[in-house]
Design a protein around this ligand. Structure first.
Ligand SMILES: N[C@@H](CCC(=O)N[C@@H](CS)C(=O)NCC(=O)O)C(=O)O
Length: 195
């Protein structure tokens, strides 16, 4: 598998995921600050011309949640996804695809966008934050004792949100992000991603 990525970008989430699998993979730098994403060659991999994106033989995957879902299934031995039929599968998928809700909530907070919660797909900033708190407070992971790709998605978003003070440091968030940050794969991805 080849991960298209760039330091100091959302691609660090996918990098963390690749590191969690423990398998070898290639990395190709797309320097988004130099405009390397805006080429017809890269648009053929991700039509949105953003990082991350993944290539696996003839398969091309873009969007962080999709990359994580793909990798979790591609490397079943890493046990980063409850299999089909597992009672935890529903919660796993819900959290795996919850990343864009958090992003929308952060955007609402930063811009002060005033939108009825019945109209906004994410409800409201407060609703997203409260639901997240319930999700992470018991721990150690979203699915209990089992770490999964969903933690990579939510852990990354909460780490980012705490770093940039987009969420209040509630004890449940601080504890969860601390547990994520203690993982060697997280630390390797941060070291590469912030180099
Ligand atoms: N929805 C995308 C967002 C990816 C994204 O926004 N990537 C930014 C870097 S943080 C990017 O590639 N920006 C370059 C550009 O838009 O030109 C995902 O979740 O993967």
């Amino acid at each position: 598998m080849k991960l298209y990525w760039c330091p100091q970008s959302r691609a660090i989430t996918a990098l963390w995921m690749m590191e969690e699998t423990g398998i070898p993979y290639e990395r190709e730098l797309i320097d988004i600050r130099a405009g390397s994403q805006s080429t017809p060659e890269y648009a053929a991999i991700n039509p949105m011309m953003k990082v991350p994106a993944l290539e696996d033989g003839p398969v091309k995957v873009a969007e962080t949640g999709a990359v994580l879902a793909y990798v979790a299934e591609r490397v079943p031995e890493a046990q980063l996804a409850p299999p089909v039929g597992d009672p935890k599968r529903g919660d796993y998928l819900r959290w795996l695809f919850f990343g864009p809700m958090i992003e929308a909530a952060f955007t609402q907070k930063v811009t002060g966008l005033d939108l009825a919660s019945s109209t906004a797909g994410w409800g409201s900033y407060d609703r997203v934050i409260d639901v997240l708190e319930v999700g992470v407070k018991d721990g150690p992971w979203l699915l209990g004792e089992r770490f999964s790709a969903a933690d990579v998605m939510i852990g990354s978003s909460l780490h980012f949100g705490m770093m940039f003070k987009l969420i209040e440091p509630r004890p449940a968030f601080a504890g969860y992000v601390e547990r994520c940050a203690a993982r060697p794969a997280f630390q390797r991805s941060q070291a590469m991603g912030n180099a």
